[in-house]
Design a protein around this ligand. Structure first.
Ligand SMILES: Cc1cc2nc3c(=O)[nH]c(=O)nc-3n(C[C@H](O)[C@H](O)[C@H](O)COP(=O)(O)OP(=O)(O)OC[C@H]3O[C@@H](n4cnc5c(N)ncnc54)[C@H](O)[C@@H]3O)c2cc1C
Length: 385
């Protein structure tokens, strides 16, 4: 990847920066983490503004409704939106960053036309129904059944840890369509409407008090066969595409946000006297180096994804996910050291971010699972079993 910016790219950056400077002051405050309907409206409102200004789905392929931007423009977009403090993708995480890209890569023309424009316009929210009570790391053990009945699948089972289920319109759902096949071969990837009869969502409260995820119970839910992405029983392959997006590019914008947070932390330490502690200063310095390296890894991942067929990120996503989730936890542990007693209040944004950072080494595949992937698929070490 060429790391110098062309005139066109510099122009793109300048226009984006000017647009952000104009629109951000007009935005209201983001609703609190216990107001998910409010957050949904806020996040979709921001998505709509991006869409109207031509910045939605920047890196999505043009035939999927995106702008077909170069990887460099995508990175500039991430840098500038984070630098300006623009809203985070929020409730649109699944739709924009992994369900949408999976449909763009694997869906039929009719499926792309149905599902992608509403994601880009900020009309519909997606959630991810992969995990089950006994199928998390070993995702292929999932038991939610789908049985063909005419033109429908009839689904029964349950899902857990479904982020944004409370406010989602659609769910990327994994079901078992052949219980007799080897476990990876009997799975199918479906798009399920969340308002279908038989779908029950029961919110779960996180450590930080937010109901950002939920349990989902499915009782004879009917989903048309036409809403299957990929072939029946080929869902594991489609799932690998989804997970490649989730681990490879979905978190990249957050690296820039963490670098900004680190800068804020150093300024706070200077203001409250903690900067005088050489051990703390060294820790901040190490984090600075680590996030710098993560940004380079991000550039590499985005660039590789841009070169691959369908823009699907490669296996390097597991390296990124592993390193990023630990660096993020260390960042917020360091924040607690800088802030002292202030970091114990649940009213503080820092405290909430610290609590949520604990989930990063679990969500989207635990660190142990990422290490297994790196060991087996990158380093070529023998499988444990
Ligand atoms: C904030 C958050 C949001 C989430 N959002 C969603 C969502 O929207 N949709 C969704 O489907 N899921 C979601 N998840 C679920 C997440 O994907 C799972 O929690 C994760 O895959 C781990 O599965 P598990 O919780 O069942 O743990 P388990 O699989 O039971 O693992 C328990 C422990 O055993 C270790 N372990 C298991 N197998 C191995 C192995 N082979 N080698 C080494 N160690 C192993 C794990 O690393 C872990 O430490 C979310 C989770 C979190 C925390």
């Amino acid at each position: 990847m060429d790391l110098t910016y062309t005139e066109e790219e510099q122009d793109f950056r300048a226009r984006l920066r000017a647009w952000l400077a104009k629109v951000l002051p007009e935005l209201p405050a983001r609703p609190s983490p216990d107001d998910w309907p409010g957050r949904r409206a806020y996040d979709l409102g921001w998505q709509r503004r991006l869409y109207e200004a031509g910045y939605a789905g920047l890196h999505w392929p043009v035939d999927a409704g995106g702008r077909g931007a170069t990887p460099t423009q995508h990175l500039i977009f991430l840098e500038e939106t984070e630098r300006a403090g623009a809203p985070y993708v929020g409730a649109n995480f699944v739709g924009l960053l992994h369900a949408g890209p999976t449909i763009a890569a694997e869906g039929t023309a009719a499926q792309r036309a149905r599902w992608l424009p509403p994601v880009l316009r900020g009309d519909e929210v997606w959630c991810q129904g992969f995990s089950e009570p006994d199928a998390g790391s070993d995702l292929a053990s999932l038991r939610t059944r789908a049985v063909r009945d005419g033109d429908d699948y009839v689904i029964s089972g349950s899902k857990i840890w479904t982020s944004h289920a409370e406010v989602a319109d659609w769910c990327e759902l994994l079901v078992r369509t052949d219980p007799d096949a080897p476990k990876h071969r009997g799975i199918t990837w479906l798009a399920m409407p969340m308002d279908a009869p038989g779908v029950t969502v029961r919110p779960l409260r996180t450590l930080a008090g937010s109901t950002e995820f939920a349990e989902m119970f499915l009782d004879d839910v009917r989903v048309p066969v036409a809403d299957r992405v990929g072939a029946e029983n080929d869902g594991w392959r489609v799932t690998m595409v989804t997970l490649s997006f989730e681990r490879g590019t979905a978190f990249v914008g957050e690296v820039v946000a963490c670098r900004r947070t680190l800068g804020e932390l150093a300024r706070t330490a200077k203001a409250n006297g903690r900067w005088d502690d050489p051990v703390l200063r060294r820790r901040l310095g190490r984090l600075y180096g680590e996030f710098g390296a993560l940004w380079r890894l991000t550039q590499w991942n985005v660039s590789e994804a841009g070169r691959s067929a369908g823009g699907v990120p490669g296996i390097g996503g597991s390296v990124f996910k592993l390193a990023y989730s630990h660096a993020r936890q260390e960042l917020y542990d360091t924040a607690a050291e800088v802030l002292g007693a202030q970091s114990l209040s649940l009213e503080e944004e820092w405290t909430l971010d610290r609590l949520s950072s604990l989930s990063y080494t679990i969500a989207a595949g635990t660190s142990q699972i990422q290490r297994n992937i790196v060991a087996e698929r990158i380093l070529g070490l023998p499988k444990g079993r």
